[in-house]
Design a protein around this ligand. Structure first.
Ligand SMILES: [Zn+2]
Length: 228
């Protein structure tokens, strides 16, 4: 894996809590513009990421992992908010992950990068490998429906639901929260279901907690020991 140092001034100190979340994004912009924005100190909203992953698989390092990068914004996962302080962010160059596939060379490099990050930060549990859309439902949709979560899970990065589980019954929002999603405080409950589907059932994203959605959620909860 080719890592190119391209330091960004947009970063801050870490707190005392360990890094235990890995957030994946798409850039929505080509490589050069992305690197410029993610290292521009003069924007009103300064943003950055630890890594930018080019389409050819080249990895640009903008912020060292022992510093906080500014990629998640308002965010929540497993009851914790403002996840920048405890996460690593990777921006993957892709113009819109609902419309554009991720090239194979890029995903191969991503898997290698994620594995190395997980080795350096063993507190990153599999369920804590998330998309921006998981931690900021409705506000964010990246990395998009074409992002190959299933392939990553097969490589040991994140989780993927096994087929054939018995659908979870009862309060689906409570079950989504047990897995990690935010409660629908300021947004529609369907937005949380949509966020779940974008990640774990991308072939049908409609916000309806149907039997297949409930089955996939049930299996994921089984995998993390959280069904009850
Ligand atoms: Zn994002």
């Amino acid at each position: 894996m080719q890592i190119l140092d391209r330091p960004s001034p947009n970063n801050g100190p870490r707190g005392i809590d360990p890094v235990d979340v890995l957030v994946l994004h798409y850039t929505e912009l080509p490589l050069r513009e992305s690197l410029e924005i993610l290292s521009d100190p003069s924007r009103e909203q300064r943003v950055s990421a630890h890594y930018v992953l080019a389409e050819d698989g080249a990895v640009y390092r903008l912020v060292p992992e022992n510093r906080t990068a500014w990629h998640a914004g308002r965010s929540r996962w497993r009851g914790r908010e403002a996840l920048n302080a405890t996460s690593i962010g990777i921006e993957i160059v892709n113009l819109q992950g609902d419309r554009h596939d991720y090239p194979e060379a890029q995903i191969t490099a991503l898997i290698e990068l994620c594995k190395a990050i997980q080795q350096r930060h063993p507190a990153i549990a599999a369920r804590n490998v998330v998309g921006h859309s998981d931690i900021a439902p409705r506000r964010k949709i990246d990395p998009g429906r074409r992002f190959p979560w299933q392939k990553l899970a097969a490589s040991g990065i994140g989780l993927w639901p096994r087929a054939g589980a018995r659908p979870i019954e009862g309060d689906v929002q409570a079950a989504l929260q047990r897995y990690g999603y935010a409660p629908p405080n300021e947004i529609d409950p369907a937005d949380i279901v949509t966020a779940f589907q974008r990640h774990f059932r991308p072939e049908k994203v409609d916000g309806a907690a149907d039997a297949e959605t409930r089955a996939r959620l049930a299996d994921l909860l089984d995998q993390v020991g959280g069904r009850a």
